[in-house]
Design a protein around this ligand. Structure first.
Ligand SMILES: *Cc1c(COP(=O)(O)O)cnc(C)c1O
Length: 404
């Protein structure tokens, strides 16, 4: 069992007020808050050993390199990756997906098919559309039902020997659906297609085991799991990473450079051109330590309780509809109230110190599917409480009476 009140003391931001009210932070699907333990690591880095890595012979550079490489090992262990060079540091999920989409330019041929799920974040749609444009490949969509679950029979129908790539998020940021990625991966492999899973929204709730899933690529962003912005990880099986060309050229990614020819560095450096977010990488490792100390099973159990509680209470509000009612969900609730624009609800909640997201959540195709401009999205983390859920429900009720 999590001691949530004790946990909340780790997060200084949760003590602040917004518009004269205690902050109720329910926008965790957009970014999570940072515990003092991670803030300390960031302060320590810039106070004691800020230096460029992998280059200097001096002590600070060695210390920074050691800490950065230790973080890589923590990430490797967390996701059960076989090799540490399968951990590619990126600036985040978007960067990781673009790196792979770019790499496949030379592999994908005209007429090849790439499948994408109907519930993707724009960052897992647009890079593939750009790839399809460059190569003449055909992009096809795995449809979903009203509950926000993928239609697996349709997926079976779409798969063929022409399928080269499949993209799917592990958890939908707009609906909270947990997708059956093990089955998606297995079926894709049966026709020889590679699979990229966008784990940005799953990673704060579910500890993915990339070897057990047998996934080809998996992407995460540190800022969704108690770490800083601007850093993330791309996992790739090393046979794929060796096959794909580098994404960016520059320092750190080369073995030898002459004006006639450059040879590339080995993994992971081949994909890590330029000075990375060194402090961010180290802080990401600290964030994983923090979450693992709490325990991912404990986190999931508690968050599911909050989800269940909030769902029941919100559904008692007249005219309220929840979008995304899949059997397996993480703690995300997207909703609207009949006749009210989501933005107006969000604005009233903000006046009450309650932070939610409104809009299309970078997933316009989902909004088009439901024929709505957007939703209000409340997303819960392990540091949220039932009292905060009550405040949300009161706030939404108040918005309804004001606006209807
Ligand atoms: C947040 C999110 C992204 C984008 O992550 P960035 O950190 O902005 O690159 C992509 N996919 C999903 C499912 C997300 O939740």
């Amino acid at each position: 069992m999590l001691d949530v009140l004790k946990i909340r003391n780790d997060f200084p931001i949760l003590n602040r007020e917004v518009n004269g009210k205690p902050l109720v932070y329910l926008d965790n699907a957009a970014t999570s808050q940072t515990p003092q333990q991670v803030i300390d690591v960031i302060v320590d880095y810039y106070s004691r050993y800020n230096a460029n890595i992998h280059r200097g012979v001096h002590a600070l550079s060695q210390e920074a390199t050691d800490m950065y490489e230790q973080a890589r090992l923590k990430i490797q262990a967390h996701f059960n990756m076989e090799k540490s060079h399968e951990v590619i540091f990126t600036s985040g999920t978007t960067h990781g997906i673009n790196l792979i989409a770019n790499g496949f330019s030379s592999i994908i041929k005209e007429g090849d098919e790439i499948l994408v799920s109907a519930m993707e974040h724009h960052s897992n749609i647009v890079p593939w559309q750009m790839l399809a444009e460059r190569t003449g490949a055909v992009l096809k969509v795995i449809p979903m039902n009203d509950e926000g679950e993928l239609l697996m029979d349709e997926y079976d129908q779409l798969l063929s020997n022409n399928t080269k790539l499949v993209f799917c998020n592990h958890v939908s940021n707009a609906l909270g659906t947990v997708n059956p990625i093990a089955e998606i991966i297995k079926k894709a492999h049966e026709v020889g297609a590679a699979v990229l899973v966008d784990g940005a929204q799953a990673s704060p709730h579910i500890k993915a085991d990339v070897q057990q899933l047998d996934v080809d690529f998996y992407t995460v962003s540190a800022h969704k799991m108690c770490g800083p912005t601007g850093v993330g990880v791309l996992y790739g099986k090393d046979e794929w990473l060796n096959k794909l060309p580098p994404y960016q050229g520059g320092g750190e990614m080369i073995a030898e450079v002459t004006f006639e020819k450059t040879t590339y560095a080995d993994l992971p450096h081949k994909f890590e051109a330029g000075t990375p977010n060194i402090c961010g990488g180290i802080a990401f490792g600290a964030a994983l330590d923090y979450m693992n100390n709490l325990g991912f099973d404990e986190i999931a159990t508690y968050e599911n309780e909050l989800l269940e509680y909030a769902t029941q209470k919100l559904l008692q509000i007249e005219g309220l509809r929840i979008y995304g009612t899949a059997k397996e969900k993480t703690s995300v609730i997207s909703f609207n109230i009949e006749g009210i624009h989501p933005y107006d609800i969000g604005t009233i909640l903000d006046k009450l110190g309650i932070a939610v997201r409104t809009g299309h959540h970078c997933a316009q195709p989902i909004m088009d599917f439901y024929g709505i401009p957007g939703t209000v999205r409340a997303s819960f983390s392990f540091y949220n409480t039932k009292e905060e859920v009550d405040k949300l429900v009161e706030g939404v009720e108040r918005a309804r009476t004001m606006l209807v």
